[in-house]
Design a protein around this ligand. Structure first.
Ligand SMILES: [Ca+2]
Ligand SMILES: [Ca+2]
Length: 277
């Protein structure tokens, strides 16, 4: 073997070795893959609102008044905790890491209230779906005792508008069963689940409105989802722009929690969303 041929072979081997060890594209790819997971997930297309309550952190109490919650949906929203009777919003471990919002426990004779409100300052009222198909929902774990007497006979998870208003959408757990109500320009419809909710267990629930149907989807987290539908036209769902969307109970048109029977949700709430379909 001549010197020149040996050198050529050495160079060839070095080049081949270099291609494996030092390939700049591979190195770059490895660095990118090892990077931290983005702390704020991109919203699913059409999601106007998504709140995961992880911003509550380890705070034993998020107190009342304005609360730091990031909307991971597309709309800029302001969040507040409206409370009465000494009720506060607390933070508890979430169902998949992170944190969830813990609402006041039921206690006979006491009316501890805490409800989260979300409002938009946008002129086009993004929380009103109008005549669009839409879906809203949350994850929840309900306390063993969550209603009794006239001070609290239900558990409202997510809602906008009151029963007496011409437009409303809400999901509630009353007497151990979930239901969804949507009211609009063409009328009101309610879809009810027959599933009995087990206390202290995480569920995922959502309600979808289309032109002709209202569908409730409910199941234990990572379990089987059961869908229940009714045929109904509900028309244009359009509340007054200032109407708050509320989480964990009902509020007045100006966002004040109802001190009496506010259908206070007693339990933990996580991953609340609203989207146009
Ligand atoms: Ca969470
Ligand atoms: Ca309740």
């Amino acid at each position: 073997m001549t010197t020149s041929r040996r050198s050529f072979r050495t160079l060839f081997l070095m080049a081949a070795l270099g291609a494996v060890v030092y390939d700049p594209e591979r190195s770059l790819a490895a660095v990118q893959t090892a990077g931290p997971t983005p702390s704020v997930a991109s919203p699913t297309p059409g999601e106007l609102l998504r709140v995961n309550f992880d911003d509550l952190g380890r705070a034993r109490s998020a107190g009342t008044g304005s609360v730091t919650l990031v909307n991971q949906g597309s709309e800029p929203l302001a969040f507040r905790v409206s409370a009465a009777g000494g009720g506060t919003l607390r933070s508890v471990p979430g169902n998949a890491g992170g944190y969830a919002a813990r609402f006041p426990a039921f206690a006979a004779g006491y009316t501890q209230r805490a409800v989260v409100t979300a409002t938009s300052s946008s002129d086009d009222d993004p929380l009103s779906p109008g005549d669009s198909d839409f879906t809203f929902g949350s994850d929840f774990a309900l306390d063993k005792v969550s209603e009794g007497g006239t001070a609290d006979n239900g558990n409202n998870l997510v809602q906008r508008g009151l029963f007496v208003d011409s437009s409303q959408y809400k999901i509630q757990i009353d007497h151990g069963r979930a239901s969804c109500r949507v009211a609009g320009s063409a009328g009101a419809a309610v879809v009810r689940s027959t599933q009995v909710i087990t206390a202290d267990t995480w569920y995922r629930i959502s309600c979808s409105r289309t032109t002709r149907t209202l569908t409730l989807a409910l199941g234990r987290l990572n379990g089987e989802i059961t869908r229940t539908s009714v045929s109904a036209r509900t028309g244009v769902v359009d509340s007054a722009d200032s109407t708050p969307l509320s989480l964990g109970g009902k509020v007045t048109g100006t966002g004040k929690v109802v001190a009496g029977n506010s259908d206070q949700f007693n339990g933990a709430l996580d991953n609340v969303f609203l989207r146009l379909d």
